[in-house]
Design a protein around this ligand. Structure first.
Ligand code: ZN
Length: 126
């Protein structure tokens, strides 16, 4: 798996406007629950009154895998729990696999595959 080239559509435009600013947008309902960016309603209470808010950028590793690619390259992929609660999967950049253990602290950063591509959220060790 590689991240990008990624292009926007109507459903993802607000999300990618966020990543262009360096933000991972989540949704928050009036009760204060956070849901992932693709949510149509709150994961916890099913409210459809959702407001887009920028995640703090902090996360912890839940699980990790290593994807080996041609040419000896490899991607370190994680499922991480964002500090707001929702889980997010992406790759961890600038890291060796053995550094990425369950519970390790991560920071969300954005990365572009190329100038034509949307910025996508990835992780770096905090
Ligand atoms: Zn809720």
């Amino acid at each position: 798996m590689t991240v990008g080239p990624v292009r926007r559509d109507e459903a993802t435009a607000a999300f990618f406007d966020g990543t262009a600013r360096g933000e991972l947008l989540l949704f928050r309902c009036p009760a204060g629950h956070f849901s992932p960016p693709y949510s149509q309603q709150c994961d916890t209470c099913a409210s459809v009154d959702l407001t887009a808010v920028a995640a703090s950028g902090g996360a912890s590793v839940v699980s990790r895998s290593v994807a080996h690619r041609r040419g000896g390259h490899r991607d370190i992929l994680v499922v991480a729990e964002l500090d707001e609660g929702p889980w997010w999967w992406s790759k961890v950049i600038d890291v060796e696999p053995e550094q990425v253990v369950a519970g390790a602290r991560l920071t969300v950063v954005v990365e572009r595959a190329d100038e034509e591509s949307e910025a996508v959220p990835v992780f770096r060790l905090a």
